[in-house]
Design a protein around this ligand. Structure first.
Ligand SMILES: Cc1cc2nc3c(=O)[nH]c(=O)nc-3n(C[C@H](O)[C@H](O)[C@H](O)COP(=O)(O)OP(=O)(O)OC[C@H]3O[C@@H](n4cnc5c(N)ncnc54)[C@H](O)[C@@H]3O)c2cc1C
Length: 316
């Protein structure tokens, strides 16, 4: 049974907070989306604007032994029609991807499938996606978003997991509820992607101090290796990666029984090094035109990016 380790009260750094706040600012989004100066940053983290471009990048990654999880950008939908259109687009992604990359998965945010508009419709959309994925021998990964939709995301996932146990869910190590959330799956534990957590959360729901989050991540990683089926570790942090490798060795777990996941554009050399060492590696590969919220969260993970980002927006 996993246990929560920390209950600190320290806040996250101001630059990160600014960027996370910027991720929801529509005015900045309009400026940044139009600006030519943001292009190099976008190209680093995003596979392209079309499915065809994303599939080309998929094949390049596959050729060096790296799997992908395709993510269709666009998390803010405003009505049921848009969420149904996003679901249909995701099904098109599965149909296009399956013949070209047998091991690829798709990652989806339930906000894109309409969770904020209607939980019931969102679940229906997710089930359509899961059915299409199964028909094409492909798997779906459910991203975890801000805590304002996190609980509902987990509940929908939990219901779908009964019929589609092959589905993976992202679990944020920073959340204070993570221990309870995992425990509640009982004797049918899910496949998870363990991540630190990318959203600006309040201290009552999340651990905020980065060192404590790292320690919590390492704690859950050890537990996941010992207790969960085919766990995935979504991290670029050397300390966390080392913990996973060491624990697997100590428990005698085969290198192919779990996977490392990283973001497109981050630590590519490390991704290839892990492949050479015999580990499974999957890159989270976003594509589409609505890159702004995704990209600002990536900027927030590396404070040195703040200046780069501000220059792109202010310089426009
Ligand atoms: C495959 C994958 C899926 C994810 N899915 C989710 C999700 O569903 N929900 C969620 O809340 N979060 C998700 N995240 C984001 C995650 O929560 C973290 O915010 C992010 O991974 C940064 O944490 P880290 O473990 O890499 O450690 P950090 O300590 O943040 O980073 C370690 C090192 O990695 C490098 N690095 C990390 N991020 C970046 C970056 N953006 N740009 C450049 N260098 C960087 C830096 O060198 C840094 O020092 C996902 C991350 C990955 C890798």
């Amino acid at each position: 049974m996993p246990q929560t380790l920390y209950s600190d009260q320290k806040g996250i750094p101001v630059p990160n907070k600014l960027l996370l706040a910027a991720s929801e600012n529509k005015k900045l989004e309009r400026i940044a989306t139009k600006s030519k100066l943001t292009r190099p940053i976008v190209q680093r983290y995003v596979a392209g604007t079309t499915l065809a471009e994303a599939l080309d990048v998929t094949e390049q990654l596959n050729s060096v032994g790296i799997d992908v999880s395709l993510d269709l950008l666009g998390e803010s939908v405003h009505d049921l029609k848009q969420s149904e259109a996003a679901t249909a687009e995701y099904i098109r992604v599965i149909e296009g991807m399956a013949p070209r990359s047998a091991s690829a998965t798709v990652s989806v945010k339930l906000s894109q499938l309409g969770i904020v508009i209607s939980s019931e419709s969102c679940e229906k959309n997710l089930r359509r996606l899961l059915e299409a994925a199964r028909a094409h021998g492909c798997e779906v990964e459910v991203d975890m978003e801000h805590s304002s939709v996190g609980r509902e995301t987990l509940e929908i996932f939990r219901r779908c997991h009964v019929e589609y146990p092959e589905t993976r869910v992202a679990i944020q190590a920073c959340m204070r509820s993570t221990f309870q959330d995992l425990y509640e799956f009982g004797d049918k534990p899910p496949k998870i992607r363990l991540v630190k957590g990318a959203f600006d959360e309040k201290v009552d729901v999340a651990i905020l101090d980065r060192d404590d989050v790292t320690a919590q991540y390492q704690h859950f990683a050890k537990w996941a290796l010992a207790n969960l089926p085919d766990p995935a570790f979504g991290t670029h942090d050397d300390a966390c990666i080392e913990t996973v490798k060491r624990t697997a060795r100590e428990l005698g777990i085969d290198k192919r029984s779990f996977e490392f996941q990283m973001l497109q554009g981050v630590r590519r050399e490390l991704q290839e090094e892990l492949v050479r060492e015999g580990y499974r590696v999957r890159v989270y590969l976003p594509y589409g035109t609505e890159w702004y919220p995704y990209l600002t969260r990536r900027m927030a993970e590396k404070p040195a990016n703040l200046l780069l980002f501000l220059r792109s927006v202010v310089g426009s």
